[in-house]
Design a protein. Structure first.
Length: 333
């Protein structure tokens, strides 16, 4: 799953052994966690085929908003405006729908991007720039490919001769982007921030990304400038860790945010589903306890499944009340 590699890169240098989403244990096996104190009655799971993501209103997760990174050699107002038009147009529901078109409906990223551009009048108001050749890099997963194709549509409207080049993961494309062998990349704000901080300071570097996108972008800008990169305006759309419940659970208990869950569902009847390391991880159960003061009567380990089909099945079948997922999973469209 593409999220595994991206999140591993995001957390490099932050005691990777303690953070990375790897694990052992049999998938779907369950065990009762013995917390110091379980507060409240909790909420028993309610089975339902539909899942909904609860809003992370206290910003537990890092701000991995979509953002365009580009080499400073191609900086000009028309290029920046075209890239920003893409990111201002694509919000979370539209990102989910775009991912669904590719991941579930098997459209090509180029076709899905073209349909999105037409439906959302993407090229309206884009003005011509100086022109020239632009290579937009594309990561090795569908969401990055979709974003690269959207940038191609917008930059073509701005008068550029654009090609999209598949370049794999961040380790493969970051140096070519810095050296102007690529000109534009779809990026994720927190992941790029922490990667550049690690590149500069090594494994012991302080990782400055946070759950606040404005603070993350403030930290990112000088790190990017040191390696000849500039950033567009980040999108409101994100691809990061998230927590989901079934629609029936949300309706029964009145849940839309993680603070709602804390107020109404902390306690013995609530079961959390996540990868084996979740109880000790700051983005998972440990973070829920510290940031939201949520305690659980039981933790159901999904082994090495990080927000994938096993976790979602535990939710839909009524085995777990809440589970770790990914915010841009197309199944939430």
């Amino acid at each position: 799953m593409h999220h595994f590699n991206r999140i591993a890169a995001l957390l490099v240098g932050l005691a990777v052994a303690a953070i990375a989403l790897t694990g052992c244990g049999s998938s779907g096996s369950s065990g009762t966690k013995a917390p110091a104190k379980v507060v409240g009655a909790g909420c028993a799971p309610v089975a339902d085929s539909k899942l909904v993501v609860l809003t992370d209103d206290k910003h537990l997760q890092l701000s991995d908003n979509l953002v365009a990174a580009y080499n400073k050699s191609v900086d000009n107002p028309a290029l920046v405006a075209a890239l920003n038009k893409v990111n201002s147009t694509i919000d979370q529901p539209k990102l989910l729908a775009l991912n669904k078109a590719v991941d579930a409906n098997h459209e090509t990223p180029a076709a899905a991007a073209s349909e999105f551009a037409t439906a959302n009048n993407l090229t309206a108001g884009i003005t011509k720039g100086p022109g020239g050749k632009i290579t937009v890099g594309s990561g090795g997963f569908s969401e990055a490919q979709e974003m690269a194709e959207l940038y191609k549509v917008a930059l073509t409207a701005a008068g550029y001769d654009v090609k999209v080049q598949s370049v794999g993961n961040r380790e493969a494309y970051l140096k070519p982007l810095e050296k102007n062998q690529l000109q534009v990349m779809p990026e994720y704000a927190a992941s790029l921030t922490n990667q550049l901080a690690t590149d500069e300071g090594g494994a012991s570097a302080t990782l400055p990304a946070s759950g606040d996108i404005n603070a993350t972008m403030t930290a990112l800008a000088p790190l990017a400038a040191k390696v000849n990169l500039l950033l567009g305006t980040p999108s409101s759309a994100t691809d990061t860790n998230a927590f989901a419940v079934t629609q029936a659970t949300a309706t029964k208990y009145g849940l839309t945010t993680l603070s709602d869950f804390a107020a109404k569902c902390s306690g013995t009847a609530s079961t959390l589903a996540g990868p084996a390391e979740c109880p000790q991880r700051p983005f998972c159960e440990e973070g829920l306890e510290q940031t939201y003061k949520i305690s659980f009567g039981q933790f159901k380990t999904m082994g090495t499944d990080t927000g994938g089909p096993i976790t979602k099945k535990a939710l839909t079948s009524g085995e777990a009340t809440i589970g770790l997922v990914f915010s841009s999973d197309s199944s939430f469209a």
